[in-house]
Design a protein around this ligand. Structure first.
Ligand code: GAR
Length: 202
């Protein structure tokens, strides 16, 4: 029987503005085929947890320091995901590279938002502000964001959506990060999530 909506888990590490964009998009009806049902953070002080609580979404914290190994850390996340019957996983500012053991368990069931136009400024070591520092120091004139499926290659999975903006005279890594978030990430992440959820509940 076709499901009414896909149960979505969002993995976060920080401020959670992308999580907020997803919460808002669910409220406004942009996301109708998915329901954010669980937020998992690897940082206990992530503001994303407050955003989830304010929206009445269940939260969980899994700290690497409480787990002996990366394998155990990932096992705990997988137990939460499987225990909540999650259909789809979103990495929204989750600053951990997941192993192949993890990603191969959920093929085409994990997406990530990355703050550049992949294949530029991506892969291991490119995250958060560092991505924008790299774009500015290279001197590119256009940047943006990408939503892609997650596989065993960091930032290497199939691209679902991209959006570009022109870099402005005088942009700093901080101003560019905000500009890319507002004009690219917060727009394409909800749209991409709706698209993949609609596909899986068909
Ligand atoms: C976002 O810009 C996201 O694209 C980036 O971290 C920021 C998280 O912000 N993710 C990566 O760099 C992953 N490689 P948020 O916590 O406010 O959503």
């Amino acid at each position: 029987m076709a499901k009414e909506f896909a149960k979505v888990a969002v993995l976060v590490s920080g401020g959670g503005t992308n999580l907020q964009a997803l919460i808002d998009a669910e409220k406004s009806g942009i996301i109708k085929s998915g329901k954010i049902s669980l937020v998992i953070s690897n940082k206990s002080d992530a503001y994303a947890l407050e955003r989830a609580k304010n929206a009445g979404i269940e939260t969980a914290v899994v700290l690497k320091s409480d787990c002996g190994t990366k394998e155990e850390f990932e096992n705990r996340i997988m137990e939460l995901i499987d225990g909540h019957d999650i259909d789809f996983i979103v990495l929204a500012g989750f600053m951990v590279i997941l192993s192949e053991r993890f990603t191969s368990k959920y093929p085409k069931k994990i997406i990530n938002v990355h703050p550049s136009l992949i294949p530029s400024f991506c892969g291991e070591g490119f995250y958060g502000l560092r991505v924008h520092e790299a774009a500015l120091s290279y001197g590119v004139k256009v940047t943006g964001a990408t939503v892609h499926f997650v596989n065993e290659i960091p930032d290497g999975g199939e691209i679902i959506m991209q959006k570009a903006v022109e870099i402005r005279e005088g942009d700093t890594p901080e101003t560019l990060q905000k500009y890319v978030m507002e004009n690219c990430e917060w727009i394409i992440l909800p749209r991409a999530l709706e698209k993949v959820c609609a596909d899986i509940i068909k």
